[in-house]
Design a protein around this ligand. Sequence first.
Ligand code: NAI
Ligand code: MG
Length: 357
Amino acid sequence: KKFRIAVIPGDGIGKEVVREGLRVLDHLANESNGQFSFESDFFPWGCEYYLENGKMMDEDGVEKLKDYDAIYFGAVGFPGVPDHVSLWGLRLAICQGLDQWANIRPVEFLPGVPRRLNHPDVETLNWILVRENSEGEYSGVGGRNFSGRGNGNEVAVQSALFTEQGCERIIRYAFDLARTRKRKKVTSVTKSNAQQYGMVLWDEVFARVSKEYPDVETDQQLVDAMAAQFVLHPEELEVVVASNLFADILSDLGSALAGSLGIAASANLNPEGCTPSMFESVHGSAPDIAGEGIANPIGTIGSAALMLDHLGLKEEAKLLNKAIEETTRKGFLTRDIGGTHNTVEITDAIIENLSMV
Ligand code: NAI
Ligand code: MG
């Protein structure tokens, strides 16, 4: 089968790591004896495109992407273009335009990677963060520029939008996911003591849906307490479901605990399969190290594994994850996780390990 992939490298290290991810995918396709192949089309959207064309992507960009089986994304954002312009103009435009309402972010320890979480009872970490990816705090509802603009009295409103359907589908997704795991537990994160409308609705939906899953253990936490629990009681967590903003923050914390932002993978899914899903690392474009060839490609290559799994290439996905583990186990590490290898060397090692695991 031929899979059509839309590739959006984006900005900064996004370009460097996506190139490596594609090398891995091509290698797997070449080894498949014609069973599957990837046809990649490149879209040059991002901050450079914006500076030349005044827009982050084409007007019909989202429509164009609908023709593909999956989207492979680097990162967006670079000095010179305001971050809210680049994020809204590309990544959020795609996620929301294609109704990729579930953002899945596994948090795992990799062998040989010095982790920053040292807990006496925790040898392995294997959480999945489930992020609501279509509304909540990133719904874009609000505005600026009331009568005070320019005289020091400006007011801005940034509303969070929570719909019962939006809450229900992501919470249900988390419960279904929990059922596929050895430990069946879902922790829901809100801040419903201070945010008394949307977050309370979320809590109520969570309580209602949980009744349909009596076999799944549940827990509810406020986000501030959850941040502490990530560090103090990591053994309590399995599947964590949270709103757009909260899960965004918690996933950076989770990946840092596991070692680095550079190793965290993610999938923006349209679980109904009506539109293509998008696979990207959790990290951004890292302008501080862009162009040096030292970015950690594991987050983006791990995202390619999530893409393989989503496309039905389950064995290949497992193989790739094993090859990544083998690579770090053998001490192939980039600078962010205490090593000296560069981006290309890590990928070379992963490709070599693919034929050994
Ligand atoms: P960032 O994730 O780009 O970088 C944070 C820190 O982690 C930096 O010190 C960076 O060098 C390091 N880091 C990140 N990925 C790494 C990797 N693969 N290997 C080694 N080190 C890595 O976040 P930051 O600095 O807050 O944002 C930079 C730009 O990225 C901004 O324009 C921001 O808006 C954008 N951004 C885009 C995202 C996306 O496209 N999904 C997500 C987060 C930020
Ligand atoms: Mg983030």
